[in-house]
Write a protein that binds this ligand. Structure first.
Ligand SMILES: [Zn+2]
Length: 391
């Protein structure tokens, strides 16, 4: 495969995880659904980790309208203050967002009296017709729109958690550039995958993410794409940190000097086989002691964990308290999703926590009240319940 950013260098595949369904395709009944190969590749030239072969874009379109993705927001107050301190930002500046993901940031600006702001309207501005759409369609429209100059221009364009979804990242970035005024800024935010690559955290993978950035590859990409880095920050979150860059359009040919030696990565097929075996053995031990094996959570982290480590047949039940999902089948499987009330009738349970740090705390607190014999394992390597740490 050719690198999806530089378009020149051949990438090398580090690991092939197998074939998987799309994580959001919950269905009534165990319908057969299409599966696609998931792999992780690396471009030596760009230092950039990327999905080996993106899933067909059409397959990523939501089939339900109740799937939401929440990004952590604790850092947003600081980010807003940082933006307000930029040289060319003042009370008259227009602050804008690329998608619904920026609503909460724009609201913070309004509260501070910065009222000239807007968010791209997917229907009017991007002419998306289908109400059931998400970032897969938004990124595509922004990349492919030809008359983007007709759209309003802005002083600060906020672009959180979409860059890593781009199928044509160059055209996406080129069109973003056309949306900012002279002396304007673009604020990018992406997940930081460095720790996950280092710790072999399988839940890093998600078929909707084309790119898996580290600090170096993120800054290098922005530099190569013609941006000057005005501000950079790595904001640490418990399970997955984020990378923030505020950029302006470069008007010199200056280049950042970045050490592009390959970062450490422990994803490989040999380690994967080993991990699959370790987990299976561990689960078997608990089954022998009559534990019920349960996955709590059905977001993409939970599903990626089940799929990559091939745990479908090991898991007895799958829990989620989202009413939309109750009694639906896990994509491509015969497991039905149940409400957590079902746990009240059990004696011994091994619970895989397939949820983020905040929800994990709440769930553990709630389940501990039930007075059962419980063993917790998280799907996240950074969790104190990390599975492999105790394996
Ligand atoms: Zn490349």
């Amino acid at each position: 495969m050719i690198c999806k950013f530089c378009d020149i260098q051949k990438t090398s595949e580090l690991i092939n995880f197998g074939s998987f369904p799309v994580c959001h395709k919950f269905s009534k009944g165990d319908k057969k659904i299409k599966t696609f190969k998931l792999g992780l590749s690396y471009c030596d030239d760009c230092n950039l980790f990327q999905i080996s072969k993106p899933f067909p874009l059409n397959e990523l379109k939501p089939i339900h309208n109740w799937i939401n993705y929440n990004e952590p927001e604790e850092h947003l107050d600081n980010l807003v203050n940082t933006i307000l301190k930029l040289k060319y930002v003042n009370k008259k500046s227009t602050i804008s967002g690329i998608s619904y993901k920026e609503i909460s940031t724009i609201r913070r600006f309004s509260k501070k009296g910065y009222n000239k702001n807007w968010i791209l309207n997917p229907f009017k501005d991007l002419r998306i017709k289908n109400k059931k759409h998400n970032l897969e369609t938004i990124q595509k429209r922004i990349s492919s729109i030809k008359n983007i100059k007709k759209l309003k221009k802005t002083d600060v364009l906020i672009v959180r958690h979409i860059l890593e979804h781009c199928y044509d990242i160059k055209r996406f970035i080129n069109n973003l550039k056309k949306m900012v005024k002279k002396n304007g800024y673009i604020v990018f935010e992406v997940p930081d995958c460095e720790q996950s690559l280092l710790r072999r955290d399988y839940v890093m993978m998600w078929e909707e993410h084309i790119f898996y950035f580290t600090k170096k590859s993120f800054l290098n990409l922005l530099d190569k794409a013609g941006f000057k880095i005005e501000y950079f920050e790595r904001y640490k979150y418990s399970y997955e940190s984020i990378l923030i860059a505020i950029v302006s359009i470069k008007n010199t040919s200056e280049k950042l000097s970045i050490d592009l030696s390959k970062p450490k990565v422990f994803f490989n097929n040999k380690n994967l086989d080993k991990d699959r075996l370790v987990i299976k053995k561990k689960i078997k031990k608990y089954k022998e002691k009559n534990y019920n094996i349960c996955m709590f959570g059905t977001g993409h982290s939970a599903l990626t964990f089940i799929n990559i480590l091939k745990l479908e047949k090991q898991i007895d039940m799958i829990i989620d308290d989202d009413n939309n999902k109750i009694n639906m089948n896990l994509p491509g499987s015969s497991l039905k999703i149940k409400n957590s009330k079902i746990l009240q009738n059990m004696n011994k349970i091994l619970i895989f926590l397939g949820v983020n740090f905040e929800s994990e705390k709440k769930i553990v607190k709630k389940i501990n009240k039930l007075n059962l014999k419980v063993k917790y394992f998280s799907v996240y390597k950074n969790s104190k319940y990390n599975f492999l740490k105790y394996a």
